[in-house]
Design a protein around this ligand. Structure first.
Ligand SMILES: [Zn+2]
Length: 249
């Protein structure tokens, strides 16, 4: 299994650093996980959008799903004939995206995509990749994901605070892709439903993962500081995701 980082910027993108987007593949199976600002253009460097087998959208915040609208426009108005592409998403995501497009019943949006709202009870198979979900701790319905293929596993926190279902979902996975929106000590009054780098490191230690990849760092943060705070809490191998990074899982 392979993780190809399309974008990893938390909250907003800057040049050469799109927001959250990850291409996860095993064999001929390819899953796009999140589609934040700029992630679609990055995807097109690697493949045609009609080669996707499924999409996972963690939640309806625009830095995780705005570029799903770009995917829609490509598949609806470009030279592609995809219909019924499975989309596994948190409750409320499809409605919000449809509202933006003004897509009512019968709109091509609902022909191109086959939406499935998922939560912790769902377990789906997309080609050679099995996917399970958990409910993260975030202000809107949000799903964390666990991808398994070829005897290996990758868990993705999406956006989350401490708590929620992600820690249990991540237990024993090989690689943890975890948000680290914050640095230093936790401030109980600000952004309580995100994680500090040290908290991400603590989660990785308790989940006993082989490797931690930090993501969703706002562009203004010093990445090396986040990495060292996570290393101190985890004690294992820590990377900070950047667009273009490809990790063998
Ligand atoms: Zn969010």
């Amino acid at each position: 299994m392979k993780l190809d980082v399309l974008g990893s910027a938390g909250t907003y993108p800057i040049a050469d650093m799109p927001s959250s987007g990850y291409l996860i593949s095993a064999g001929n199976t390819r899953v796009l996980c999140d589609a934040g600002f700029g992630a679609f253009a990055e995807l097109t460097r690697r493949m045609d959008p009609d080669e996707l087998d499924a999409v996972v959208l963690s939640h309806r915040h625009p830095d995780h799903c705005a570029d799903f609208l770009a995917l829609h426009h490509a598949l609806a108005y470009g030279p592609f004939t995809v219909r019924g592409l499975p989309v596994f998403c948190a409750p409320g995501v499809a409605v919000r995206l449809a509202e933006f497009l003004g897509a009512g019943e019968g709109h091509v949006f609902f022909e191109i995509f086959d939406f499935h709202e998922v939560g912790e009870t769902n377990h789906v198979a997309v080609g050679s990749i099995d996917i399970r979900f958990a409910v993260s701790s975030h202000p809107v319905p949000t799903i964390a994901s666990r991808f398994e293929a070829e005897g290996r596993s990758l868990t993705y926190s999406a956006d989350t605070g401490p708590g929620g279902g992600f820690p249990e979902l991540a237990a024993g996975s090989n690689v943890m892709l975890c948000e680290a929106s914050l640095q230093g000590e936790r401030d109980e009054h600000h952004f309580v439903q995100h994680l500090t780098a040290a908290e991400a490191g603590g989660l990785a230690r308790r989940a006993d993962v082989d490797k931690l990849i930090l993501t969703h760092l706002p562009p203004s943060l010093d990445r090396e500081r986040s990495r060292s705070e996570a290393v101190a809490a985890f004690g294992g191998e820590v990377a900070v995701a950047s667009p273009g990074d490809v990790y063998a899982i």
